[in-house]
Design a protein around this ligand. Sequence first.
Ligand code: ZN
Length: 554
Amino acid sequence: MKRLICIISISFIAFSSCVNNGEVRRDRVKRPKLVVGLVVDQMRWDYLYRFYDLYGNDGFKRLLKDGFNCQNTMVNYLPANTAPGHSCIYTGSVPSIHGIAGNNWIDENGKKWYCVDDPNVKSVLGISSMSPSTLLTTTITDELRLATNFQSRVFGVAIKDRGSILPSGHLGNAAYFYNDSLGVFTTTTYYAKPFQNPDWLQAFNKRKVVDSLTKLNWKPLLAQKEYNQSVDYSAYYGKICKAEKVASFPHMVDTFNDANRFSALKTMPAGNTYTLMMAKACRDGEKLGQGDNTDFLAISLSSTDYAGHTYAPNSMEVEDMYLRLDREIAELLKYLDETEGRNNYLLFLTADHAAAHNAIFLKDRDVPAEVVGFSGKVPDLNYYLKEQLHLDSFTRYVQDIINYQVFLDNNLIKSTGADRQHIKDLVMDWLKTQSGIAYVMDMENISKSPVPEPIRSMAINGYNRRRSGCIQYVMDPGWYDFGNANGITLTGTTHGSWNPYDTHIPLLWYGWGVPKGETHTVVNMTDISATLAAMLHIQMPNGCIGKPIVELIK
Ligand SMILES: [Zn+2]
């Protein structure tokens, strides 16, 4: 009897230990209140250090000193462009698998695609039809929604539609992007049901922030003598928009008409200010981080890419852009401290790709480099084929050249009964005669192409059979393709090749669960989502090939 009383009393104690006021207390999965993804479009890794001396203590330096720095983070596929980059960060996968083979591509049936085209949806304001439907895999943000039975909420914010839509995944609550015809943020009917923006966004748009920001123009933040990382020679630099007369500071955009002013904003530091104001309005409007489940705010800063393309890495504009961004990051961290609480949010900062130095800038200093434009050479290539194949008339067997890839018109080849392999061989022969081409790969027969690592793996990772050109070429270091059918652009710069200047990106982790430290071990862009999955205790995205960065997860 005594033993029975003892068992009953022990059971009661054990039971009462997990009951409190009638509620069962359970140990919950430990996750942060909010994850903030911050992609700085076109940020080179070396900008962390090139401009370090002029950064304040609370922006990049706070992330570097109190966070975890993956010093050697590499893009591990071709082409190093915006849409594949955002897709890779958020899927842990590569174009061969996730399907985002470029910002633009031509599919196997000859149809041209913009990466987030979707004829089945409409823009809430404007005319564009966009969604993540071309993305073939889930994202880490999708997996967070799935892991919490859709109770976690996911929002994307960026000037560029693709910088917002792809990170938000298929299950995102909304992806907001800039409509430069109207000077407002908006979304598409993929997310907005009913057919309107939420009240908080309508109120935000009514503030006409773009007007107040562009009235300030773009003048240097510091005295000119402070800018010791740039050369003041406007021959290397383009104009902020077609309305500008002189391609140098100060950029007096307040005199432009609305269309030019709304467009110019994208290339100004004010574009980052506007994006971060919108991100805060989204957090406040949706009360992110205030529920029982982890929310995710995927921000992408597109203006760094617009400015990079226009001005190139050694311009005063790019230096000024990053000095101002440093101060914006300090403000963002302060805001997150106040709203979410220090260590309640997990933030990572990375880039979708980096960028080359302006080729003329390098040539002027005797470094091998050149700008070419292969899409403008498509007619030449088709004339070459006409001669070699002894055709009676001009035939467009080569449909286009995009992403350093040649797209053949497969339907035309089939209908004319031409020998496709022979055409491919002739195209490769022609490419090999062109200046600056280091390698030409037949992607359908890669084993016959002697190309060194990592270029070979990057080409394979980037090759999507249904969306990539069947021939991939690689330029000599310093050479890039920056042209269209109308000619080449000598000012500014671009990206898209395998070289470290295009593929070495920053990766900083900060906040919840992040130890102070750094690693010089090479990690790949695909490891970002794998690491997030491990930290959040959720499944990796369904096409993820990355590995968790174990030095970060202790
Ligand atoms: Zn770009």
